[in-house]
Write a protein that binds this ligand. Structure first.
Ligand code: FCB
Length: 446
């Protein structure tokens, strides 16, 4: 029993799950799909901790009918998934692949047939490799390459899909992919990171404008990764380090979208972005999003470190804080989601917020036809209690999408961390609804 019920969240609150194409689809060479940067990266020795790749993943490409039915079974209404750019435009730009569009028409139709709403993410990190070969996000031309792709999707699916998210977590794909080299395409350094940031921020707003022009009655959003940031000590230096870290982790993409520009006062190294900004760009960074998607898993505590170039902030390892850790090594601290909802709702231009991702990986072991996952269930319930706390205080939070529907390919971590409400036995592709998923079914039943 929880201290709250579905009705406490109100009738307009959306309940759902989130996935992304590369993490679940598999079928990487089927029906004309071209390689993405994640195919290249995962096939490069040493990049994925377990040596695995997304070639087969959850085989969602062939099993989507049954998989989407689990969402219905859990009494949710929203199926958030992403479109794979290399399936739809295998050349990155240019001729459309009809078989790529067909696949997503089938996914959307199945979603609608079950009475669910499709919420579509346009870019969840699987850039066509052909475009990375031309510089990827560091090449300013990506703004028009992306625009072409968005227009194709908006025209193809706009009659059936009314909820759109332009980018998934631009801070994460630029920082891990173009600064730290831990994610595809594995590039490093400010010389890659800063142009990638500016071009992604331009594409974020441009994508919004193209959706607005092409989809009638669209609800247009985009998603941001977020972590509540705390200074580890009371000193001025420690607080300044926390502020600059917060600027990069939480403010870097939302503020330009809101017309506030980049947060360079708190993080002066971002002034180097000016090298990539052309006259007229600052105005084009703004777009009036109908909602924002917040995605959060943990808080960060940071301390001042003169050697941490850029932010001068060093993260305190989660394991040193003494709290419960997930399979990702992430600290479980539910108040994080409440504090972030407060922080992001304080922006004047933010109208509605949805939690478009939140969830936890724990080692799950099936026992016959059951998977008992009490830690995940507690994680969900404790986070929902904090969402409700924010909502009761007036934060316009209107939905919660659990990450993820299925256990899946967790990027550089491989298949080891299991985030799903549905267990996937990879060798047989057998699925089992975990106890946390069964709980959703009961909690959301009318
Ligand atoms: C988010 C990503 C998602 C998944 C979760 C665990 O940052 O958007 O694809 O990897 O983390």
């Amino acid at each position: 029993m929880t201290a709250f019920s579905k009705s406490d969240f109100g009738p307009g609150f959306s309940w759902g799950v989130a996935t992304s194409a590369y993490q679940i689809e598999g079928a990487v060479s089927e029906d004309g799909r071209s390689p993405s940067i994640w195919d290249t990266f995962s096939h490069t020795p040493g990049k994925i901790k377990t040596g695995e790749n997304g070639d087969v993943a959850c085989d969602f490409y062939h099993r989507y009918q049954g998989d989407i039915a689990f969402i219905r079974q859990m009494n949710m209404q929203v199926h958030r998934f992403s479109l794979a750019w290399p399936r739809i435009l295998p050349g990155g730009t240019g001729p459309v692949n009809p078989k790529g569009l067909d696949f997503y028409h089938r996914v959307i139709d199945r979603t609608l047939e079950l009475g669910l709403k499709p919420w579509v993410t346009l870019y969840h990190w699987d850039l066509p490799q052909v475009l990375e070969d031309k510089g990827g996000w560091t090449n300013r031309e990506i703004v028009s390459w992306f625009g072409e792709y968005v227009e194709v999707c908006a025209r193809a699916f706009g009659d059936k899909v009314k909820h759109w998210m332009v980018l998934n977590e631009p801070t994460v794909f630029t920082a891990l992919g173009y600064m730290q080299g831990k994610h595809a395409p594995g590039r490093k350094g400010l010389g890659n990171f800063l142009p990638a940031v500016h071009h992604a921020a331009m594409a974020q707003a441009e994508g919004g404008r193209i959706l607005r022009a092409n989809v009638k009655d669209a609800q247009i959003g985009t998603t941001f990764s977020a972590s509540y940031v705390e200074a580890a000590g009371p000193t001025w230096l420690s607080r300044a380090a926390a502020a600059s870290y917060d600027a990069v982790v939480n403010r870097l993409f939302i503020e330009p979208a809101l017309g506030l520009g980049y947060p360079w006062k708190a993080a002066p190294f971002l002034l180097a972005l000016k090298r990539y900004i052309r006259p007229g760009d600052m105005e084009k960074l703004a777009f009036d999003f109908d909602f924002i998607g917040l995605q959060t898993y943990f808080r960060q505590q940071v301390r001042f470190d003169p050697l941490a170039l850029g932010t001068f902030a060093r993260e305190i390892p989660h394991a040193e804080r003494g709290g419960e850790l997930t399979e990702m090594g992430w600290e479980v601290w539910p108040e994080n989601i409440y504090l972030l909802l407060r922080q992001f709702s304080a922006y004047k231009g933010v109208k509605r917020i949805l939690i478009t991702e939140n969830g936890a990986a724990f080692p799950d072991t099936p026992q016959g036809e059951r998977v008992s996952d009490p830690q995940r269930l507690k994680y969900i319930q404790d986070h929902l209690a904090q969402v409700l706390r924010a909502k009761r205080e007036g934060v316009p939070v209107e939905g919660y999408f659990y990450w993820s529907l299925l256990d899946n390919f967790e990027w550089a971590e491989g298949y080891r961390p299991r985030f799903g409400l549905v267990y996937v036995d990879y060798p047989t592709q057998k699925r089992i609804l975990k106890d946390s998923g069964r709980w959703f079914g009961e909690f959301l039943a009318n």
